[in-house]
Design a protein around this ligand. Structure first.
Ligand SMILES: Cc1cc2nc3c(=O)[nH]c(=O)nc-3n(C[C@H](O)[C@H](O)[C@H](O)COP(=O)(O)OP(=O)(O)OC[C@H]3O[C@@H](n4cnc5c(N)ncnc54)[C@H](O)[C@@H]3O)c2cc1C
Length: 338
């Protein structure tokens, strides 16, 4: 399991001697660079760490293995660097994957899109394949943070960070994502449903890193609804609903219903999907979904909102999102039939 916070790593402590650092460089067959000498006590906000700009996936995997649980991958750095600066995380070594060729692509493979580990939020938000084949993801990306963060932050980095109020983990779950994790032992595919184990916690092993994530594309007659509420644009959501459905013979089919901001992990709610499947969206059904959500959700109270308020939001957002999904599915079906 990977835990993206806490100070369980002792090796990054300030005060570590230069000899220790030189030894670890030597153990990797390299001389200690001048930049490492400059990271001694008191010169930087973060605790001292080593840095490797990996140029291949195998080099990154070997460095993670050699770090023995004290290494951290850095992608966009938008979540990791603040945590390092606050010393909530003290890795012994940062392994930068930005120079590894071939990880910065979005590609269609059959009915799935593969998003490489260094694809930025900005690219996902503007990519033509995403726009055409997963319009709900295109919509979702415009709720993510602000331009500067979107220019650096990565889709896969967000999924690995596993914030329960972040859009990309929820979309990965909604779209039956598969996470490709690499280590010196080889590659392993992890279903999104097995990936998120808690707030900022994933089922990645400490020596594994993500090279890409595959997600479903949607049939072109799919309708979608994405409703998020945050106090300021670009903030993490207090609650969010993402749903997709098709209309076949006048009723909803292939229903997907996901939420974020209302639990320790992003949620996919099969109980809600089953209530909608085979039904036409009506006032009575929307009321039924609202009542069911009250029993299913156990959100936290925190400084941003109470649990009751989040439950109330969940019902309101669900009704709006389902109406939107039904309206869009109707339009798309009509267009396809014309
Ligand atoms: C002001 C601000 C507002 C934000 N608002 C939002 C928002 O509204 N919605 C939202 O979704 N996000 C938001 N974010 C977070 C942003 O999307 C981050 O970019 C994202 O969470 C992490 O992606 P990253 O590439 O920067 O990862 P990094 O910061 O580099 O890494 C984050 C964590 O993931 C691990 N990691 C990264 N890549 C990999 C990999 N390939 N394999 C294994 N582990 C990896 C790192 O080791 C680290 O533990 C916000 C951030 C800021 C600073």
């Amino acid at each position: 399991m990977q835990v993206n916070f806490g100070v369980r790593h002792g090796i990054g402590e300030a005060g570590r001697s230069r000899d220790d650092k030189a030894f670890r460089y030597a153990a990797r067959g390299r001389a200690m660079p001048a930049s490492a000498l400059a990271t001694d006590v008191g010169e930087m906000k973060p605790a001292p760490f080593d840095y490797l700009a990996a140029t291949s996936a195998s080099e990154a995997a070997e460095a993670l293995a050699a770090a023995n649980g004290d290494g951290k991958i850095i992608a966009g750095g938008q979540s990791l660097m603040p945590m390092i600066n606050f010393r909530l995380v003290k890795p012994a070594i940062l392994i930068d994957i930005n120079r590894i060729a071939g990880l910065d692509r979005i590609e269609k493979h059959g009915e799935r899109l593969r998003i490489g580990a260094t694809v930025r939020h900005r690219m996902t938000a503007t990519d033509a394949l995403v726009h055409r084949h997963i319009p709900i993801l295109h919509d979702a990306m415009h709720h993510v943070a602000h331009l500067t963060v979107r220019n650096r932050g990565t889709f896969c980095g967000s999924v690995c960070h596993a914030d329960p109020a972040a859009e990309m983990p929820m979309m990965t779950l909604l779209l039956n994502g598969t996470i490709a994790a690499l280590s010196i032992r080889g590659e392993r595919q992890i279903a999104a449903s097995d990936f998120f184990v808690g707030s900022l916690m994933t089922s990645l092993e400490p020596d594994e890193f993500v090279t890409s994530i595959e997600i479903d594309t949607l049939p072109l007659d799919t309708g979608w609804g994405f409703e998020e509420f945050s106090r300021r644009h670009g903030d993490f959501a207090l609650a969010c609903v993402a749903t997709t459905l098709r209309i076949v013979d006048g009723v909803a089919r292939d229903v997907r219903f996901g939420m974020m901001g209302v639990g320790e992990t992003p949620l996919r709610l099969p109980e809600i999907e089953a209530r909608i499947e085979g039904q036409a969206i009506s006032q009575a059904l929307l009321q039924d979904v609202t009542e069911a959500l009250k029993g299913l959700l156990h959100p936290n109270t925190d400084i941003h909102a109470s649990a009751d308020y989040r439950r109330h939001l969940a019902g309101t957002l669900a009704r709006r999102a389902l109406r939107d999904a039904w309206r869009r599915a109707t339009l798309r079906k009509d267009a396809a039939d014309a």
